[in-house]
Design a protein around this ligand. Structure first.
Ligand SMILES: Nc1nc2c(c(=O)[nH]1)N[C@H]1C(S)=C(S)[C@@H](COP(=O)(O)OP(=O)(O)OC[C@H]3O[C@@H](n4cnc5c(=O)[nH]c(N)nc54)[C@H](O)[C@@H]3O)O[C@H]1N2
Ligand SMILES: Nc1nc2c(c(=O)[nH]1)N[C@H]1C(S)=C(S)[C@@H](COP(=O)(O)OP(=O)(O)OC[C@H]3O[C@@H](n4cnc5c(=O)[nH]c(N)nc54)[C@H](O)[C@@H]3O)O[C@H]1N2
Ligand code: SF4
Ligand SMILES: [Mo]
Length: 765
C-alpha cells in the first residue's frame, strides 16, 4: 500500500487533505455529464460527500493509505483508488486512466459509495456452530474446522463423495475459485461444483461456444466506441452495468446508431435511434425474423459467410417460417421495426451486439443466443474493431471465477472438458486424485437432486441460493433438509440460517488476487484494509480444510495459486499476477509469458476444429409456462441500480436504502386501471408456486399484460413465484424472465402484510 504522504510529495499535510476534498467535489460536479457518476453524485450529494471529506480531514494524512483495486460489485471491472486508515474505507476515487482501461474516470453509485457493508453490524467475525439447542454460538476456528471435517467425512463415508456438492463464489477471486474446483474434486471427491453462472449467462456460454468456439465476449469495452451501431437487447445497461451504460449513451449522443429491443423502455432506450417493445419470452422468433429479412433481401455479408462460416443453408431454411406477419403475431414486433432494425444492422460497417439476461434466463436461452450468434455472423460483424458480441457478464468475477477457473461440473479450468481422458489424466496427476469421468450436477439441478436423495451435503461459498434460486421455497426446503450444510460468507445470509457450520470470509477489500471482467481482462484486486475480526480469505479457509482432510496444500500467497493454475490452463498460460500488475490487466487467451493477450477474438479464425463459425439452425421457442385465464400476466424479474442481488452488501448502506428500501411491481397504466390499482397501492402477485405482496409502480415503460418485479429483498422474495423445474435443456438456466402470474389489489390491512417465512438478513438493520 502507498502511504498518502509519499504521493503528495510537494504538498504539506493540510494541502493534501484540502486537495483531496477539492478533487472529490470537482469530480462529482464535472461528471454530472457522465450519468453513472452523475447518479453517484446525485444520490448522496451533500450528505455522503461531506461525510467523506470530514472523515478524511479528521484523519492525519500520514495515517491514510491509498491503493488501487478492482470493484467487487459487477463485471464491468472498474478500477479505482481506495483511501483507508487501514481499518475503514474512507473514500474511493477513479485511479490513473492507464490502470483503469474500462472506466477511465467513472464509477457508479455502488463503486463509489457502497462500502458500509464492510463494517456493518451483521458482518461475521467468528465461526459459528450449532449448540445443543440447535442455536448458533461463536466457536474457535479449530472447533469449527473439526465440525466441518467430521460432517464432510460422514457424508463421504455414508454415501460416497458424489453425494457432496459445492457452490463456488463469483464474488471471490480467480485464485480462490481455482481452489474451489480443486477442493471439490480432490478433497470432497465430487464433480458437483457450480456457481451463479448457471442462473445467469450459462446459456450464453453454451450458445456462443457451440457457434464460435469460445463462450465469452469477443470484444473489449473500447470496441463500443468504434462501432457505428450498437444493437442491445435484454439489458438494463444503465442500472446493471452503469459505467458501460454511460459509454453507450455517450456514443449514441455522438450520432451513432443504437437499437434497443426490450419489454421495458429502460433508460438506455431513451437514447436509442430505434426502441422496440417486445413481448417477453419469444426472442428467438424476432431474432430469426431479422435474420430472415437480411437473407431475403440479400443484405448479408456473402464473402464472410462463404469464407468464415458453415451451416448457412440450414440457417436460411430454418428462418423461412419467420415472416414479418408471423413475427408480429407472436412477439408484437411490427414489420416496420423488423425492417428498420435489419437495415441498420446491414447498412452499418461495424455493428456490435450486446445482451444480458433478457435473452439468457429462459428455458430456451441457448437457442436465443445461437440465433443472435447467427445474426452477427451472417452480417460479418465479428473480428474487426467495433464489431462483435458482448454478453455483459454479471457478478464481478463470474467470467473468471465462475467459468474460466473451472468450478464447474463438466469443465476443468480453461473450459477443458472433464469427459476428455487426456484432460482428466492431466488433472489427476497434478492434483494427485481420481476424478469421476461423469459430470456432476449443475446448481439448478443440485436442488432437484437433493429432492431425489442424490445429494446429502453442501459447502456453499459466497452465494445465497435460498433467495436467488428459482422456486426459492423449494431451494430453502432442500437446504433445510441437507444432512450437512456449511456456509462461508461475509454475513449470516438467508442460506446460512440453514447451516450446520458458518465460516466467516472476507470481502474483496480485505484480500489480494485477481478478477476477470466481462472483456476477459484479468485485473488485480488488492487488500486495502485488515480482515474484520477473525474472518479469513476464502483461499486460506480452503487450504486449512484441505490440510485437515489429508492433503498438503502449501500456498503462502495467492500468486502461487495463480502460478499453479496457469500451468494447467492454456488460455491463462501467460498470465501471472506480476504481469497483470505491470501491464495494467491482461486479456485471455494469453498462451505464454511472451503473449500480449487478446483484445478481440476471431480476427483470423474461430475457435473451432476448422476455424469457421458453425452456424446453428434455431426454430420456434416459447416459455415453458404461458399466460392463461387463471394466470393472465407475464412476470419478468430483474435489478435496480441501487441494490445488489440479495442485498447483503447494499442493504447496510443508509444512503442507498433512502432511495430504495423495498421491492415493487411495475404495471402498465391500462392494466392498473382495469384492476383499480393506483401508484403505490399494495398488489398481490400469485403464481402456481407462491405469492408476494409489493407496492405498485404504475408506468408506461412496461407493456400491457407484462409485470416486472426486482429481486433484492428477502421479505418479498420474487423467486417464490418462479419455477425450479423449467430449465434450458443445454445450459440448465432457469426461466427467471418468464412466469405466468395473476395480479390483484391487496385486500388486507396494509399494516398486516405478511412477509412470508423468510427472516430479514443480518446486516440489514
Ligand atoms: N445494480 C445492480 N447491478 C448489477 C447486479 C445487481 O444485482 N444490481 N447484478 C449483476 C449481475 S450478476 C448480472 S447477471 C447483471 C444483469 O444485468 P441485466 O440482465 O441487464 O439485469 P436485469 O435487471 O436482470 O435486466 C434484464 C433486462 O432484460 C429485459 N427483459 C426481461 N425479459 C425479457 C425478454 O424476455 N426478452 C428480452 N429481450 N428482454 C427481456 C428487462 O426489461 C431488462 O431490461 O447485472 C449485474 N449488475
Ligand atoms: N428471479 C430472479 N432471480 C435471479 C436473477 C434474476 O434476474 N431474477 N438473477 C440471477 C443471477 S444472474 C445471479 S448472478 C444470482 C445472484 O445470486 P447470489 O450470488 O446468490 O446473490 P448475492 O446476493 O450476490 O450473493 C453473494 C453472496 O456472497 C457474499 N460474498 C461477497 N463477497 C464474498 C467473498 O469474497 N467471499 C465469500 N465467501 N462470500 C462473499 C455476499 O455476502 C452474499 O451473501 O441471482 C439469480 N437469481
Ligand atoms: S459499473 Fe460495476 S464495476 Fe463499475 S463501479 Fe459500478 S458496480 Fe463497480
Ligand atoms: Mo448474474
Amino acid at each position: 500500500m502507498t502511504n498518502l504522504d509519499e504521493r503528495t510529495t510537494d504538498d504539506d499535510e493540510k494541502n493534501g487533505v484540502a486537495s483531496f476534498m477539492q478533487g472529490a467535489k470537482e469530480q462529482a460536479l464535472k461528471n454530472v455529464e457522465h450519468v453513472a457518476e452523475g447518479t453517484a453524485a446525485g444520490t448522496m450529494p451533500e450528505g455522503k460527500l461531506f461525510d467523506i471529506a470530514t472523515q478524511i480531514s479528521d484523519k492525519r494524512l500520514a495515517d491514510l493509505t491509498v491503493e488501487d483495486t478492482t470493484c467487487g460489485y459487477c463485471a464491468v471491472g472498474c478500477r479505482f483508488d481506495v483511501y483507508t486508515d487501514g481499518d475503514e474505507v474512507l473514500a474511493t476515487r477513479p485511479t490513473e486512466p492507464e490502470k483503469s482501461p474500462v472506466n477511465g474516470i467513472s464509477t457508479c453509485v455502488k463503486g463509489k459509495f457502497s462500502y458500509d457493508f464492510v463494517d456493518s453490524e451483521g458482518r461475521l467475525t467468528s465461526p459459528l456452530v450449532r449448540d445443543e439447542n440447535g442455536e448458533f454460538r461463536e466457536a474457535s476456528w479449530e472447533e469449527a474446522y473439526g465440525r466441518v471435517v467430521e460432517g464432510f467425512q460422514e457424508i463421504q463415508e455414508k454415501y460416497g463423495g458424489s453425494a457432496m456438492s459445492m457452490i463456488a463464489s463469483s464474488k471471490a477471486t480467480n485464485e480462490e475459485n481455482y481452489l474451489m474446483g480443486k477442493f471439490a474434486r480432490q478433497v470432497l471427491g465430487t464433480n458437483s461444483v457450480d456457481n451463479c453462472n448457471r442462473l445467469c449467462h450459462s446459456s450464453t456460454v453454451a450458445g456462443l461456444a457451440r457457434t464460435y468456439g469460445y463462450g465469452a465476449a469477443s470484444v473489449s469495452t473500447e470496441d463500443f466506441e468504434q462501432a457505428d451501431a450498437i444493437f442491445l437487447t435484454g439489458s438494463n445497461t444503465t442500472e446493471a452495468h452503469p459505467v458501460l451504460g454511460t459509454r453507450i449513451k455517450q456514443h449514441a449522443k455522438e450520432g451513432n446508431e443504437l437499437v434497443v429491443f426490450d419489454p421495458r423502455k429502460v433508460q438506455i432506450a431513451e437514447y436509442a435511434t430505434q426502441y422496440t417493445k417486445v413481448r417477453p419470452g419469444f426472442d428467438q422468433v424476432w431474432i430469426n425474423g431479422l435474420t430472415r429479412y437480411i437473407i431475403e433481401n440479400d443484405l448479408y455479408d456473402e464473402e464472410f459467410v462463404e469464407e468464415r462460416t458453415t451451416g448457412f443453408e440450414q440457417v436460411k431454411e430454418s428462418v423461412e417460417e419467420f415472416t414479418p406477419e408471423y413475427v408480429e403475431e407472436v412477439t408484437d414486433v411490427s414489420e416496420e421495426d423488423i425492417a428498420s432494425a435489419a437495415e441498420t444492422i446491414a447498412n452499418n460497417d461495424r455493428v456490435l451486439f450486446g445482451w444480458t439476461l433478457g435473452l439468457t434466463e429462459h428455458s430456451h436461452g441457448t437457442e436465443n443466443i445461437m440465433a443472435m450468434a447467427n445474426l452477427a455472423a451472417i452480417t460479418g460483424n465479428l473480428g474487426k474493431p467495433g464489431t462483435g458480441v458482448s454478453p455483459f457478464r454479471g457478478q464481478n468475477n463470474v467470467q473468471g471465477g465462475g467459468g474460466d477457473m473451472g468450478p464447474l461440473p463438466d469443465n476443468f479450468p480453461g473450459y477443458q472438458s472433464i469427459t476428455d481422458d487426456d484432460n482428466r489424466e492431466k488433472f489427476e496427476e497434478a492434483w494427485d486424485c481420481e476424478i469421476d469421468p461423469e459430470p456432476g450436477f449443475y446448481t439448478t439441478e443440485m436442488f432437484l437432486a437433493a429432492d431425489d436423495g442424490d445429494l446429502r451435503g453442501m459447502y456453499c461459498i459466497g452465494e445465497n441460493p435460498s433467495l436467488s434460486e428459482p422456486g426459492s421455497n423449494h431451494a430453502s426446503e432442500m437446504l433445510e433438509e441437507m444432512e450437512f450444510l456449511v456456509v462461508q460468507d461475509l454475513f449470516l445470509n438467508d442460506t446460512a440460517q440453514f447451516a450446520d457450520v458458518v465460516l466467516p470470509a472476507v470481502s474483496f477489500l480485505e484480500k489480494t488476487g485477481t478478477f476477470t471482467n466481462t472483456d476477459r481482462r484479468v485485473q488485480m484486486v488488492k487488500q486495502v484494509i485488515e480482515p474484520k475480526g477473525d474472518a479469513k480469505a476464502d483461499w486460506e479457509i480452503l487450504q486449512d480444510l484441505a490440510n485437515r482432510m489429508g492433503r498438503e496444500w502449501d500456498y503462502s500467497e495467492t500468486s502461487e495459486i495463480m502460478e499453479e493454475m496457469r500451468q494447467l490452463t492454456p488460455i491463462y498460460g501467460g498470465i501471472t499476477q506480476e504481469r497483470v500488475e505491470e501491464e495494467g490487466g491482461l486479456q485471455w487467451p494469453c498462451y505464454d509469458l511472451d503473449h500480449p493477450g487478446t483484445e478481440r477474438l476471431y480476427e483470423e479464425e474461430f475457435n473451432t476444429d476448422d476455424g469457421k463459425a458453425h452456424l446453428q439452425p434455431v426454430g420456434y421457442g416459447e416459455p415453458g409456462e404461458l399466460p392463461d385465464e387463471e394466470y393472465p400476466f407475464s412476470l419478468t424479474t430483474g435489478r435496480v441500480l441501487y441494490q445488489y442481488h440479495t442485498g447483503t452488501m447494499t442493504h447496510p448502506e443508509e444512503g442507498i436504502m433512502d432511495y430504495n428500501d423495498r421491492d415493487f411491481v411495475e404495471i402498465n397504466p391500462e392494466d392498473a386501471a382495469n384492476y383499480g390499482i393506483e401508484d403505490g397501492d399494495l398488489v398481490t402477485l400469485e403464481s402456481r408456486r407462491g405469492e408476494i405482496t409489493v407496492p405498485a409502480q404504475v408506468t408506461a415503460r412496461i407493456g400491457k399484460g407484462v409485470v416486472f418485479a426486482p429481486i433484492h429483498f428477502a421479505e418479498t422474495c420474487v423467486n417464490q413465484l418462479t419455477d425450479s423445474t423449467r430449465l434450458d435443456p443445454d445450459a440448465r438456466t432457469p426461466e427467471f424472465k418468464f412466469s405466468a402470474v395473476r395480479v390483484s389489489p391487496y385486500e388486507g390491512d396494509a399494516e398486516q402484510v405478511s412477509y412470508d417465512n423468510v427472516e430479514p438478513i443480518s446486516g440489514d438493520d
